[in-house]
Ligand binder design. Sequence first.
Ligand code: FAD
Length: 435
Amino acid sequence: VDAQRIVILGGGFAGAYCARELARHLRGTTRPVLLIDRNNYFVFHPLLVEAGTGHLEPRHTVVGLRAMIRPATFRMAEVVTFDPAAREVLIRIPELGRDERVAYDHLVVALGSVTRLPDVPGLREYAMEMKSLADAIALRDRMVRMLELADACMDQAARRSLLHLVVVGGNFTGAEVAGEFDAFIRSSRRHYRGIGPEDPRVTLVEHADRILPALGPDLGDYAADHMRRRGIDVITGDAAVAIEPGRIRLRSGRTLDARTVIWCAGIAPSPALAAMPLPRDDRGYILCERDLRVRGLTNVWGIGDAAVNPGPDGQAYPATAQHAVRQGIHCARNIACALSGRPTTPCDIVNQGSLAALGCRTGVARVFGVRLSGFWAWWLWRTVYLLKMPGLGRKLRVAMDWTLDLFAAPDPVGLGIHRPPRNDAVDYGSRRSTP
Ligand SMILES: Cc1cc2nc3c(=O)[nH]c(=O)nc-3n(C[C@H](O)[C@H](O)[C@H](O)COP(=O)(O)OP(=O)(O)OC[C@H]3O[C@@H](n4cnc5c(N)ncnc54)[C@H](O)[C@@H]3O)c2cc1C
């Protein structure tokens, strides 16, 4: 068992940036920094939807963790729990069928979040998510498959149902999925003679009165109007109450005939936290002090989506990449202070703003209080995320993809990740015969 270690659980925005900063602070010392994650790559979530629509090569939205955090070290394993008395983390390597213990001096818990799946009947069986690279590719493959099936389908109602994508949740992820996938499906239509302009449909369902509430009413209204003008049905003040094979039922009594439902309505803390001896709030998030230490534990720190980190006003910071990165860097600095006997400092973060891409080279943005919409907001969205992408190599690949994308529209080709939801058993209607 190794001793004198700083161990970081989770290599997302919070954990990976914490490891990078710690490695920088502790360079020249003998204190090792180890990051543990179930995947050996960091996912740049803001670009996932573009990986799905093909504007970006999917592999270019992830970065290898070993290179990203060097000279900190990496271990690929499933985190099970930790023992604060023994100062050990329990990890599992499923392929080897065994558990191992890793010792720590300081432990950083940065295990992030998962999609919140409330008890809506049929949700777990029939809806898809947008949280991982595999989710993005699976949604792309699903829509390509629906285009192929619809092209050969004679029955108009069945064809429309095949090409109807319902997105539940009108915050950043939901709005981007609806806007970008609507553009993808419509631009792909030119390859299919059997699909008419009125066949593809995207519906966005949001339970609040407006979409994109974090951007304020004017930008939320702009985004909804823009989407409606493009033919997207934006339904506000309503909620999904049941998902059935080929159909989704809303609280208002409305029924939408749709073969694909994607659930983007909220997040929940990583399920791994439930087995850990951590103070948690009623939703399961880790309770932390203002310097990011977990309440009541001097050498355990909680950052990113998994933690409730209060700001100066006592309110928790929102679960965004922007906050996770800055918490990761601040946590590293506070650990360096704790190791050298200096006082730690509270993590104060000023929100720099938010951006969303809506497809068709249109976006909405509020940056340092300045509001932008339309083409320039979309341009800013791409520029900001290109600059934030870690590593020069990845930045160049993303820039190259986007440059090519200006001249060549994405192809409707799948990547072979087809996860058939059970509702695929439904009759597709009468088939066009192949000549
Ligand atoms: C589609 C999408 C778009 C987004 N767009 C934006 C945006 O434009 N701007 C913005 O600011 N935010 C955006 N976000 C939110 C942002 O991605 C999150 O706030 C951010 O990822 C949180 O970072 P984190 O490090 O806390 O968690 P994560 O990035 O989720 O990282 C957690 C890590 O822990 C690992 N892990 C979890 N459990 C275990 C376990 N038991 N064992 C081993 N490893 C484990 C995971 O593999 C993962 O690598 C978006 C999110 C999504 C899903």
